[in-house]
Structures are given as C-alpha cells and as structure tokens.
Design a protein around this ligand. Structure first.
Ligand SMILES: [Zn+2]
Ligand SMILES: [Zn+2]
Length: 364
C-alpha cells in the first residue's frame, strides 16, 4: 500500500509498512505493530508540529534629526577595519577592538538612529578596579597586562544590539520513553514503553538581543548578559558623551537568523521541561510561529580592554551596567615551568610526611 510509506514508527522513527495479514502497521526495523488509527493520530500530531514561521517586521532604528549628529565623528582602524563613533569633544585615539591607533575618517552620516540605550552605570574607575582585581594574584601574567598605562586604555563602548520581541505560538511533539527491567532465572527483560507527548502553547519573548557588530564576538557579548532592560531609555545623543559607540555592521535583517535560533531553542527547552516522569525525552518535531515580531535598535554599555601579546589577542570585557565580566589571559610558559617545579617539590615533601605517618601506624 502506498500510503504506508508516509507513516513514521512511533518507536524508532522508521517508515512503517502495512501488514495485510495482521491488518496492522508494522515496523520493519523494530518489529512493533500498531493499529492504523494509532499511527494516523501519531503522525497527524507530528505533521501539525512542522514548519516554522519566524518572520519579522524590520522596523528597527529610526532617522536622525537635523543637526543631531553634527558633533559626531567616525574613527576608523587601519588595523582591524573597525569603525567607531565618538563625539568630537570625546575623540578617540585607540581602537577598542585591537588597541591600534585610529584615525578620524570624517563626520558621521547614514546609519540608523538607535531606538533605545542602556546608559553606563559603572564608571571607568569601577571598570579599572574590576580589571585589576581580575589580573591580580596572577603572578604568571606578562607585565604588559598589568601596565598602568595599558589599564588606562580600558574603553567604555556602546555596542549596537538588535532586540527582537514576539509572541511565539508553538506546537511540539516529544517522543518519550519509560524503561522497565526485570530478571528471571534465565533472562534479563527490558520493556520499553513509548509515549508521544504533545505540547502547545504561547511564550512571549521580549528584547532578545543579537549583537550588531562583527568586531564584537557574539559569544563574548552573550556571556556578559543579561543586561537589565528595565533601565533602557529612549536614545539621546547626550548619553554618548565621553564614550565610544560602535557602528553596526550587521543589519537587523542579517541578525534575524540568530534571533530565531535563540527563540526556538528557548521555546523547545521550556516545553521540554514540562514533559516529566520519563526516562528519556526527545523532541521529534516542532513548529514555532511568531506573531507581532518587532525588532528594535539599542546600544548596550560595555567596558572593554584588548591586549595583544605574542601576536595573540586577549580580551577583557565587562557589562557596563551590572559588572559581570569575562576575559581570557595567557599563561607565561617560561614562568609556568618554574612554578611547576615548585609544586612538584611540594608534593614530594607531602609524600614523605604521609609515608612517615604510615610507617608509625604500621610499626605501632
Ligand atoms: Zn520501529
Ligand atoms: Zn582595530
């Protein structure tokens, strides 16, 4: 029968065949038999949960007002290609991304006006203190990382972020298993029961951020999340004063895919968490349909310090609102070798003390 090919086995996912003798559907792989209705129900649910519709109205960002940007300059870095914006009075001399000199490329024009901004809450002194604490006690660290002139180079940077918000109307099918095992004199038995768990519901997502700068690594930006969005305010150029702002180079349209991935993953995790009491749960099909999807353009505050050492780039970044920080530091190989010897010596001493104690115990 031709339609048989269209049905999936609820146990193993293989294509079922219709067995005319038994008048039932049978799986050629796991040998399980099913009623036709069971299989139909199961597959209907599965098909209902297929096909995402995750489209967005792209209206993020606005137009600059007349004269609003006349004080803003664009600085560009010959070394990494980064372009940053600063008010003329603030100026910029070094690139926040690679710490090489930047040159003024001209007045600022084009680009969209941010809708929102989360202003810096922690000042430069707080950022420097956090950095110094972060590197302190690391005796193996090359000197350049602790250099005061270098630490002074820490920069307050507004990172462009696209914020996505929508209501997700989702339907998902999970295949769940329960296993029971027992033994008799000769055999060990395992009985596996398969369940189809269907979940349907709505989840509202607000301000799912996607970093709009190529120079700012996405994972780095995500690791200093969360930002407290309740403190976001309508954008005004006055907030930029004294800080640098990155020019976005990933458009909101280009950021949609990452936003969708984040939304889909979170929805699946939230739904899966409600399928309880099984030995294993596996998401078989899921459909996420977005309603009222809207994107906004915002600037997020980040303190950043990049250090190049031995041709490698090391980044320290701190959430300018909450103080959450991430960073990577090199290990100085020369110094590490010496340190290692010291540790080995220490273990040697400890070993002999233990031996001595054992000797006393056994001897006594
Ligand atoms: Zn099967
Ligand atoms: Zn650069």
């Amino acid at each position: 029968m031709s339609y048989a090919n269209e049905y999936k086995c609820p146990c193993c996912g293989a294509k079922l065949e219709f067995n005319s003798t038994a008048q039932r559907m049978k799986c050629p792989y796991c040998d399980t038999e099913f009623d036709v209705e069971t299989v139909q129900d199961y597959n209907e649910q599965l098909n209902e949960s297929m096909g995402d519709d995750m489209s967005w109205e792209n209206e993020a960002g606005g137009e600059w007002e007349e004269g609003e940007t006349s004080n803003m300059r664009v600085y560009s870095c010959k070394s990494c290609g980064g372009q940053i914006i600063a008010e003329e009075t603030t100026g910029a001399s070094f690139c926040p991304y690679c710490n090489n000199p930047v040159i003024m490329a001209g007045t600022f024009s084009g680009d969209l006006r941010p809708d929102l901004i989360i202003p810096f809450k922690l000042n430069k002194d707080a950022a420097k203190a956090a950095y110094e604490k972060y590197v302190s006690g690391k005796s193996l660290l090359p000197k350049v990382f602790k250099d005061q002139n270098h630490i002074d180079e820490i920069k307050g940077l507004y990172v462009p972020v696209w914020l996505f918000g929508a209501e997700a109307d989702a339907s998902m099918c999970f295949r769940a298993e329960k296993k029971k095992s027992w033994t008799d004199a000769n055999y060990r038995y395992v009985e596996t029961s398969y369940y189809q768990a269907v979940r349907k519901g709505k989840i509202a997502f607000e301000h799912v951020p996607v970093d709009g700068s190529q120079k700012m690594p996405d994972d780095l930006m995500e690791s200093i999340e969360p930002f407290d969005f309740t403190q976001a305010v309508d954008f005004k150029t006055a907030y930029l004063s004294g800080y640098l702002a990155d020019k976005y180079d990933v458009s909101s349209a280009e950021s949609v895919e990452r936003a969708n991935t984040r939304i889909k993953k979170s929805t699946e995790a939230a739904f899966a968490a409600t399928v309880r009491g099984y030995d294993s749960v596996h998401c078989e099909s899921s459909a996420v349909k977005l309603k009222g999807g809207k994107a906004q353009y915002a600037l997020y505050p980040v303190w950043i310090l990049n250090t190049t050492w031995n041709n490698n780039k090391y980044t320290f970044a701190m959430n300018g609102q909450t103080g959450k920080l991430v960073g990577n530091l090199p290990a100085d190989v020369g110094k590490a070798a010496g340190m290692f010897l010291g540790i080995t010596g220490g273990i040697g001493v400890l070993g002999s003390i233990l031996w001595f104690l054992l000797h006393i115990l056994t001897g006594g």
